[in-house]
Design a binder for this molecule. Structure first.
Ligand code: ME8
Length: 513
């Protein structure tokens, strides 16, 4: 039976242009949406931009544009990139939208009226990059924020606070009783260790004298809402939770995707906020590591070591970028990225999938007038090769959504391409073609290869949507509604043409310089 699956990405800060890290989480979300669609479910994907807080404010002040213009332009950079990346999002949240602001205000007023928000003075170390107060133990040996490599400022001010401690025990038990709530599990352990010590009250306001870009507190006009309290609510405001009669049905199968930098807000603050609001936690948090850029540190806008996804798309195309990212980030940690690694990834695709398609279709065209020999009976060994490939894809698609599931899918695509390329080479169809007595074997080899190609292209749809459709179209398989059909021997005796190469040789362009 079809069910909703709600998949979210973080909403990204608009203080700079999007980079590979932003592209990755959004591509991962899109791949998951496509997997759910292929399974016949009804996935909804939400992404967007986080448009308040000091970081955005400072960037806007530096550029000197009116705030609305600045936010509109910055947000458009993300939308444009996501369009180029073939991201099929259903919602694009902008926290500056009136509908979001109203919901945040209503939640704040409700918590305030119930005595869950209190006012007091606070002095602490503040990292603007994280938009968070830090404890000494959060900093590195030089007293710097490990993610932003800056010394946090000492800030003392009156603010409003939301008490987290009363919920700590509940959250600990929830995580212990739901070991897959945060995946991979090592991040659940990290969160449990954050819950060993009493939780400090969460400062949920910023005085307007310091931060003017934010949602005004409904009960005190001298303050704006702390950006995280505002941003996390996007996950329910985007569904218009109070007025949406399907909210529960959608929420019960919801997935938050995020990198480990924002584990605490998502896995400590957010479930507690939801508990106080009266909503159960998200179904699952899927956490990934960092893309490590040149210099061996986390790629980030503030550090200036970013790979520009638009440049990469110009050079190797969207699908090769999607494949590289989904194939190289696995559940065990961080992953390296550089232009030369991306180019290497492109060549692997060209030699694998690209080569497989081209050699099979060219020989078909040359010897059988381009007509697929669908009528030929395959040997048991040929059938077994196809069945093994089919079973491997079926078993991956049967898994629940996770980082490792998507990663395994990319590995299986690569493995299947090598397997079938190996089969093709060892059967030597170009020699069989010359010997009329071997005509049956020649047809069997071609049919097996093309059937395998159709399985690989179907499985690859969530990872490389455009390439997948190109391959399926080249085999005359309809692509309006690609489903998890891994039955073997589906091709018809139809005439097909040799298409343009999927991964043409790269010109020596911008990227390599
Ligand atoms: O944190 N490696 O926004 P943000 C992997 N607005 N992923 C990366 C990455 C890297 N080097 N850099 C960024 C915020 N990402 C808040 C979120 S949500 C309610 C509010 C990805 O622009 C990754 O998904 O700093 C990470 O969690 C997110 O971008 C942070 O984006």
């Amino acid at each position: 039976m079809s069910q909703y699956t709600f998949i979210t990405t973080p909403i990204y800060y608009t203080n700079g242009a999007p980079h590979i890290g932003h592209a990755y989480t959004t591509i991962l979300a899109d791949a998951m949406k496509k997997i759910e669609q292929m399974k016949g479910n009804t996935p909804l994907l939400s992404t967007g931009t986080d448009e308040h807080g000091q970081k955005n404010q400072h960037s806007c002040e530096k550029i000197g544009k009116p705030i609305d213009v600045f936010l509109e332009e910055q947000s458009a950079l993300f939308k444009n990139l996501f369009n180029r990346l073939n991201i099929d999002y259903d919602f694009f949240v902008r926290t500056s939208a009136a509908s979001h602001k109203t919901i945040v205000s209503r939640i704040l007023q409700n918590l305030y009226d119930r005595g869950l928000i209190i006012k007091k003075n606070y002095e602490g170390l503040y990292c603007e990059g994280c938009e968070q107060f830090k404890k000494k133990c959060d900093l590195d040996e030089n007293g710097l924020c490990p993610d932003h490599q800056v010394k946090p400022k000492v800030i003392s001010e009156e603010n409003y606070f939301f008490r987290l401690e009363p919920y700590r025990q509940w959250l600990k038990e929830y995580i212990t009783n739901n070991p897959d709530w945060i995946t991979p599990r090592n991040y659940a352990k990290e969160v449990l260790s954050m819950l060993e010590e009493p939780l400090e009250d969460l400062c949920i306001s910023r005085p307007k004298s310091r931060v003017w870009l934010g949602i005004e507190l409904p009960f005190d006009k001298n303050f704006v809402t702390y950006i995280w309290f505002d941003a996390l609510i996007n996950y329910i405001s985007t569904l218009d939770w109070e007025n949406n009669e399907k909210f529960e049905e959608i929420w019960k199968n919801s997935y938050h995707l995020l990198a480990k930098d924002i584990l605490k807000p998502h896995c400590v603050y957010w479930p507690i906020m939801l508990k106080a609001i009266g909503i159960p936690p998200v179904h699952r948090c899927i956490v990934h590591g960092y893309w490590i850029g040149e210099g061996g540190i986390k790629m980030s806008k503030s550090l200036g070591n970013v790979v520009d996804p638009n440049e990469v798309i110009d050079s190797i195309g969207t699908d090769a970028l999607r494949f590289y990212l989904l194939n190289n980030m696995n559940s065990t940690g961080d992953a390296p990225i550089s232009i030369s690694l991306l180019l290497q990834g492109y060549r692997i695709l060209a030699n694998g999938l690209g080569n497989l398609q081209m050699r099979a279709l060219k020989i078909l065209d040359k010897n059988l007038n381009g007509i697929i020999p669908a009528e030929v009976e395959l040997t048991n060994d040929d059938k077994k090769l196809l069945q093994d490939i089919s079973d491997s894809f079926k078993s991956i698609y049967a898994q629940d959504l996770s980082l490792s599931m998507v990663n395994e899918l990319t590995n299986q695509i690569t493995n299947a391409c090598s397997l079938v390329n190996g089969y093709f080479s060892s059967e030597e169809p170009w020699i069989l073609a010359k010997d009329p007595s071997k005509s049956n074997r020649f047809k069997q080899v071609l049919k097996t290869t093309l059937e395998a190609l159709s399985l690989i292209a179907t499985a690859a749809y969530p990872i490389m949507p455009k390439i997948s459709k190109e391959v399926l179209n080249s085999l005359n398989i309809p692509t309006e509604n690609i489903i998890t059909d891994f039955n073997i021997e589906k091709l018809k005796s139809e005439k097909i043409k040799v298409p343009e190469p999927l991964f043409p040789p790269l010109e020596k362009k911008v990227l390599e310089n």
